[in-house]
Design a binder for this molecule. Structure first.
Ligand code: GCB
Length: 744
């Protein structure tokens, strides 16, 4: 019978591709999951180790169940891996987020298993250009599956060997993939109480079972799962068994009514998730997954975009169990690589084969922001058509989608390849205004009334900085909260938007980033990367989406306030909130939008209490005469701060917004020359990428309009993400030149 032996322990690790010929006792001893980038992958500088490392350990047959065949199962090795048994290469795999298996011909006694894992840059394996760290390592479970020679296939794209298609009328079409001989297959369906509902035997590998009036899987309202079991029978013995959870559900995505689950409108409102954590990178545990799920459920989401790659099987199963609707995708991201086509195809095949049975998944995402270098590349377009057709050929029940770059024109061919589409828009953060979001979506909907449109990303960064006058780009918790309040009101009042996914549930490692005062992270999370702090914006969603009653006072970390009175915001899903100031009732308010604002006297020390029914929350403020500088953003290790910059009245500087500079021909020329000179000084390889990004940016009017509201200083701190780094001298020289450009 099938047996799974976990082999996460007893590995030896070395930061080189040297293949040992015997157990290298002097290497570092480690236990999986493991990454070599848990520290350098999130400390900024875009300098984390990307290269080849080797994991090795002994496998002895006598420690494994006595079966005829053994397969090595690797659930995630980023990005490429090469598997060696007793010095001989037996497999290689490209794609760092999916499962793959390798047959092992084990000799008696000790066998030396070595896995070289490689996360160095490549032009064939995705992802390569993206705003997150590509942590290298064997960062998920590694197992050995032991099987009799007749068994359900384990090798085909790392799948479970069984494909089940349940329909709401009760039919379940089952297909199993078998290796070796057998007499028959027994198919069983078991309900949640453990009762066998159907048991049928057939000698075919495809079979249809029918349940009368199945209990539907109905999202978060009722995520009812059955277990489907297939057993391979030979003579009187059960040779092998596989079982999967299945859910009966139907869905439609309508361009006017949005998402419809089992015949009822079910607006999809949720988040995207990156999997990594503080100090661990991608090497996370089941408990970490459980905690992420609990937080997502607490904030009330009913959908999650599992970005930007294949997530752990365990997490997709949690989504089935708790009824979240899932967008699953491959890491085909930012820049199309002409030599990466095969990799997009094999990663998509793996995604679908491995995840086909999860009822939570409703769309396959082909790519993310792939038009960074333009939307018309014919190879890129054909790659998308191929992937789109592949998804439909492999899965007749789900739809395809993609996350489109904000600047990609809606009329472009690429936008209309998939069944439904979503855009990533950051109006209100990366330039533009929050109000631009509503205008953009209404305009798209008017122009393409038959195309279901969603918002696959929107968000803004927040750290422990505070302000009573929050502004775009200030990284305060208050601006992020305000931004999400407005986005919630915009999106949740537009039923035609089929799904919205806030970017991101959690802060995440992006080693190229150096902004917000903490380098190496993207801080758009509603929760911090260590999962310890829920930012105010988390509660803004909770107030709209969760049924768990609560009351939350915002800005608790912003104690010292200059102004009197001062604004205190409270988020709650209760109809009425009373605010008490030093024990005295100040005011009771209702708020249809769940966001309550109070003007609170600020004298001396004040204890504030918000009460709603039996619920309460407390915070405090303190009157100060001057603004407490602890609350103001300080860029860490910044090459320049705004106060280092010479400014001349009536002239430009690094503190001037780009669109102000671009108003004059002289200003435009200064900027273009500066970028061109920079590109010349960079290494050839990176120039290609950066200059493509920079020149497509300069050429694109919409991008320029969007980034126009950035100062040069803000944009220079972000340039790391497109592979550019500026020195202090370069920036000061530019400042001198800008000081000669008159403001128009
Ligand atoms: C995007 C990308 C995502 C980034 C995000 C951001 O559009 O798809 O990977 O992290 O923007 O925060 O800039």
């Amino acid at each position: 019978m099938r047996a799974i032996t976990n082999i996460n322990d007893n590995w030896f690790f070395n930061k080189s591709e040297e293949l040992p010929s015997s157990l290298p006792e002097n290497w570092e001893r480690i236990t999986l999951p493991h990454t070599w980038n848990n520290i350098d992958g999130m400390d900024g500088g875009n300098d984390y180790y990307r290269g080849k490392c080797t994991y090795t350990r002994l496998i002895n047959k006598k420690d494994l169940p006595k079966e005829e065949e053994h397969f090595l199962e690797i659930n995630g090795a980023n990005s490429s891996s090469f598997v060696y048994l007793n010095g001989e290469k037996i497999n290689e795999h490209h794609g760092g987020y999916s499962t793959f298996r390798t047959p092992l011909s084990l000799k008696d006694g000790d066998n030396l298993l070595s896995i070289v894992v490689d996360n160095s840059p490549s032009n064939t394996v995705y992802p390569q250009t993206a705003d997150f760290t590509f942590y290298g390592g064997l960062y998920r479970d590694v197992n050995i599956i032991s099987l009799p020679s007749s068994h359900f296939d384990t090798e085909y794209y790392g799948g479970p060997g069984i494909k089940a298609t349940p329909y709401v009328d009760g039919r379940v079409e089952v297909e199993v993939y078998v290796k070796g001989s057998f007499d028959s297959i027994r198919y069983t369906i078991i309900d949640r109480e453990g009762k066998e509902i159907i048991k049928e035997e057939s000698n075919e590998t495809t079979h249809t079972l029918t349940l009368s009036s199945p209990h539907l899987w109905n999202g978060k309202k009722d995520p009812y799962l059955y277990t489907l079991k297939a057993s391979l029978i030979s003579g009187d013995t059960e040779k092998d068994t596989v079982s999967v959870d299945i859910g009966f559900r139907s869905f439609v995505i309508d361009s006017e009514r949005g998402f419809i689950l089992n015949g009822e409108e079910y607006p999809l409102r949720g988040v995207s998730r990156h999997q990594d954590r503080w100090g661990k990178g991608n090497a996370i545990t089941k408990e970490d997954h459980d905690e992420d799920m609990a937080l997502i459920l607490e904030m009330g989401a009913n959908t999650v975009r599992l970005a930007h790659y294949q997530h752990d099987q365990y997490f997709y199963s949690l989504c089935d169990k708790f009824g979240l609707i899932v967008w699953a995708e491959i890491p085909y991201i930012s820049q199309h690589m002409p030599s990466g086509r095969d990799n997009t195809i094999s990663q998509m095949k793996e995604l679908i084969v491995q995840n086909y049975n999860h009822p939570s998944i409703i769309v396959w995402g082909l790519s993310n922001e792939i038009t960074m270098n333009g939307a018309d590349d014919s190879d890129m377009l054909s790659n998308h058509h191929i992937l789109n057709n592949l998804c439909h050929a492999m899965d007749k029940t789900r739809l395809t989608t993609m996350a489109v770059l904000t600047t990609c024109k809606p009329e472009k061919e690429i936008v209309h390849i998939t069944d439904v589409v979503s855009y990533n828009h950051y109006f209100g953060w990366y330039g533009g205004e929050i109000e631009d979001n509503a205008v953009w979506f209404d305009d798209f909907h008017k122009r393409f009334p038959d195309t279901p449109i969603g918002c696959s990303e929107y968000g803004c960064e927040a750290l422990n900085w505070h302000s009573s006058k929050p502004e775009q780009g200030d990284y305060t918790e208050e601006y992020q909260a305000y931004y999400h309040e407005e986005m919630i009101k915009t999106f949740f009042s537009r039923p035609y938007i089929w799904a919205t996914h806030a970017w991101n549930m959690f802060d995440f490692g992006a080693d190229a980033r150096g902004e917000g005062g903490e380098n190496g992270q993207n801080h758009k999370g509603l929760v911090t990367i260590d999962r310890k702090y829920k930012k105010d914006s988390f509660y803004a969603y909770k107030a709209w989406l969760s049924e768990e009653k609560f009351v939350h006072i915002c800005s608790k970390r912003y104690v010292d306030r200059v102004e009197n009175p001062t604004l205190i915001k409270v988020y709650s899903n209760m109809p009425e909130v009373s605010l008490f100031v030093n024990g005295e009732l100040l005011e009771t308010k209702k708020a249809d939008d769940h966001f309550f604002s109070f003007s609170v006297p600020n004298e001396g020390e004040t204890i504030i209490k918000a009460k709603a029914g039996d619920l309460e929350d407390e915070s405090r403020i303190r009157k100060v005469e001057v603004f407490n500088e602890e609350y103001r953003l300080k860029e860490k290790g910044a090459i320049l701060n705004w106060f280092d910059i010479t400014e001349k009245d009536g002239y430009c500087s690094l503190n001037t917004k780009i669109n102000e500079i671009m108003k004059s021909t002289k200003g435009r020329l200064v900027l273009i020359f500066f970028i061109m000179r920079k590109l010349k000084t960079m290494k050839k390889k990176s120039v290609k990428n950066s200059s493509d990004s920079a020149s497509s940016m300069l050429k694109n009017k919409d991008t320029m309009k969007m980034i126009g509201s950035f100062t040069i200083l803000r944009i220079s701190s972000m340039a790391g993400t497109v592979g550019m780094k500026f020195t202090k001298e370069e920036l000061l020289t530019l400042n001198k030149k800008l000081n000669k450009v008159k403001l128009k």
